[in-house]
Design a protein around this ligand. Structure first.
Ligand code: OFO
Length: 162
């Protein structure tokens, strides 16, 4: 069993994960519109992963005999000034998600909700990886500095993400 307060917080996080998926799909659409299909592929894969994160919350709430309540998603941004600007926003977004996961973990600890605390461990670790992955692309884009050849090479590399 989870508390009503925890159920609401987990449902809020489920929505945040779905919004992450929606935001990265919007970034994929931006890259597709710029014919940067490799960047778009990376974002599509990221969007799929985020849906997987949302479903982990869905399944956990059900397992705890709670009720999943889906909330409204806001409209994501649809355009960026450059590939670097898009990835910088993705990085900022991941930092925000890390903060939300840490807040949830604090709540689980305060409630002595050991099961939720353990459930959230996976997300704490995952956020370290997520921030690192996005930050690496940000740094590579800074090196490329909008040079077409560099951008195309990076596009090819990101197109390999499975
Ligand atoms: Fe990007 O890790 Fe979930 O939101």
């Amino acid at each position: 069993m989870i508390s009503d307060k925890m159920q609401k917080a987990l449902n809020d996080q489920l929505r945040e994960e779905y919004f992450s998926s929606y935001l990265y799909l919007s970034m994929a659409a931006y890259f597709h519109s710029r014919n940067l299909d490799g960047f778009a592929n990376w974002m599509m894969k990221q969007s799929d992963e985020e849906k997987g994160h949302a479903m982990k919350f869905y399944e956990y709430i059900n397992e705890q005999q709670g009720k999943v309540v889906l909330g409204a998603l806001e409209k994501p941004q649809t355009d960026w000034a450059s590939p670097l600007a898009a990835f910088q926003d993705a990085y900022k977004h991941e930092q925000k998600i890390t903060g939300l996961i840490h807040n949830l973990t604090d709540m689980a600890m305060a409630e002595k909700d050991h099961a939720t605390h353990i459930f959230l461990h996976w997300f704490v670790e995952e956020q370290v990886e997520e921030e690192s992955n996005v930050s690496k692309v940000v740094e590579m884009l800074k090196m490329v500095n909008d040079h077409p050849q560099g951008l195309l090479m990076l596009d090819r590399a990101l197109g390999e993400r499975k």
